[in-house]
Design a protein around this ligand. Structure first.
Ligand SMILES: Cc1cc2nc3c(=O)[nH]c(=O)nc-3n(C[C@H](O)[C@H](O)[C@H](O)COP(=O)(O)O)c2cc1C
Ligand code: SF4
Length: 464
């Protein structure tokens, strides 16, 4: 079939309207984004704790030696800058100036702006643009424009873009490369689901993207590309979106499909698992310490978090009519509802004997081993986020959110570092889009075929 997939002119260059989305940590690297750019599209390097190389080109492990969380936060910044610069250089060597290289930053990373400033300073002329999602990156336009780089905010509604534009981007309009619309129900990774949206009721992307376009038209941005991300598997299913006058210029971003290429740096066991997934194996949940919803593989890691959250009762420090029953756990006194006593006793008798307080005035019940692991992970915090629900670290003067650390969440830095470096696919957070199960049924991957990036891009261009 012919899709009539026209190139789009961006930053003085014609590129295919196809983007490999940024994937942290250390998943979308120079090795994957370089070939994507070489194939004529836009490759995106994740700038969050990216892998750095030693003098022989081997990946160096990130070791945190600082004694305080603030010291380790500085090390995290250093690693992110050094690693991203290494990855940009690698992508540049591979792509040889074809296509474009973007970098991606989670705005809620601790000291995100400092990392971006340092990376952009050291990679002038190599980076076309900066994409940024999760949160409201008001400063993104101003920051990128200091280095002559384009910027690409990631939003999940027209309303969010309108706010960003009115408050900040209108002053740096000429470098807005495009607006990424990320489907919050289908895309892999963190999602921008708002409080008003129901995680179980996916919204149709067409009217949402059209609303974004209509807002952009009113702002004089009718010809600025909108990048559709989330739930895009093949373009024959999106042909009504291509050359559609109502929607204007559209590009497509892929996050899940590029995980399975020869160049993709994820482990072979992860690649194998992708081919075995079934419909419904990906879960949209809100355990992340960032506070955002995210889509990930429903594995033992997620199962354990679900269990932790289920083994939960409300409590009060003082007796009241509602919290009328005293329980002594680990020599500490709590008042719980009478109806909850039996539940707690059952959990304790099946090994979940440790009670941990949450900031929601509740107790969760875990094994002694899990309790020790949670406490160790909180103590080992390297301050990777601007605000962390799990450890209560914040990148502020007090290095604290001022709230109680929440044991219902987890250390995202630890698990993403592990899974991106040969770690377990069962016992880690494994981000994936809801279409990931299609690897198993798409004939392109039959007999365990793993394409090169170029073969994947050619396949997508063909409509499949
Ligand atoms: C493993 C994985 C990690 C991701 N990490 C990030 C990230 O760090 N920052 C980001 O903006 N998006 C991230 N994403 C989202 C992708 O960039 C992309 O927008 C999304 O996956 C597109 O939807 P799809 O999964 O249906 O292809 C991630 C996606 C996956 C699958
Ligand atoms: S505890 Fe939170 S802020 Fe600290 S390293 Fe882990 S995820 Fe990052």
């Amino acid at each position: 079939m012919s899709l009539n997939l026209n190139s789009i002119r961006l930053g003085g260059k014609d590129v295919l309207p196809l983007i490999e989305g940024g994937k942290g940590v250390a998943i979308s690297t120079g090795a994957s984004s370089g070939p994507w750019a070489k194939a004529g599209g836009i490759g995106t390097i994740s700038a969050v704790i990216a892998d750095q190389y030693d003098a022989h080109g081997n990946v160096e492990t990130h070791e945190y030696l600082g004694r305080t969380r603030a010291d380790r936060h500085e090390e995290m910044i250093k690693y992110s800058v050094r690693g991203t610069v290494d990855q940009v250089r690698k992508a540049w060597e591979i792509s040889k100036g074809e296509g474009h290289i973007n970098i991606n930053m989670l705005w809620e990373v601790g000291s995100a702006q400092r990392i971006l400033h340092e990376v952009l300073e050291k990679t002038k002329g190599m980076i076309h643009g900066v994409t940024c999602g999760a949160g409201m990156p008001f400063k993104l336009g101003e920051l990128a424009s200091k280095y002559g780089a384009h910027y690409y905010p990631i939003v999940s509604s027209g309303r969010a873009f309108n706010l960003l534009w009115k408050r900040a981007y209108k002053n740096v309009s000429e470098l807005l490369g495009g607006v990424v619309y990320e489907d919050p129900w289908l895309a892999g990774g963190h999602n921008g689901l708002s409080n008003a949206e129901d995680p179980t009721k996916p919204g149709d992307p067409y009217p949402r993207v059209l609303e974004l376009r209509n807002i952009m038209r009113k702002l004089g941005l009718g010809e600025t590309p909108i990048i559709m991300a989330g739930g895009v598997w093949n373009l024959k299913e999106w042909k009504d979106w291509i050359d559609n006058k109502e929607l204007g210029p559209i590009m497509f971003q892929f996050g899940t499909r590029p995980l399975l290429t020869k160049e993709s740096q994820i482990s072979d066991k992860w690649k194998k698992r992708l081919m075995e997934l079934k419909s419904g194996d990906i879960l949209l949940q809100n355990f992340s310490p960032t506070g955002f919803f995210s889509s990930a593989l429903k594995n033992s890691f997620i199962g354990e978090l679900v269990g932790r959250n289920d083994r939960q009762v409300d409590y009060a420090p003082k007796q009241s009519e509602e919290f009328n029953t005293e329980m002594v756990i680990d020599r500490k006194k709590y008042f719980v509802r009478g109806a909850d006593v039996e539940k707690v006793q059952n959990w304790q008798s099946t090994g979940f004997q440790k009670a941990m307080k949450t900031p929601g005035d509740s107790l969760i019940f875990v094994t002694s081993q899990k309790c020790a692991e949670i406490r160790k992970d909180q103590a080992d915090c390297v301050g990777c986020l601007s605000q962390c629900r799990f450890s209560s670290w914040a990148t502020n003067e007090k290095n604290s959110t001022g709230r109680l650390a929440d044991p219902r969440s987890f250390c995202i830095q630890k698990t993403l570092e592990d899974v991106s470096h040969e770690g377990s696919i069962d016992d880690n957070l494994v981000f994936a889009g809801h279409n990931a199960f299609r690897f198993g049924s798409d004939p392109f991957y039959s007999n365990g075929f793993v394409p090169t990036v170029k073969q994947l891009v050619d396949r997508i261009v063909s409509g499949d």
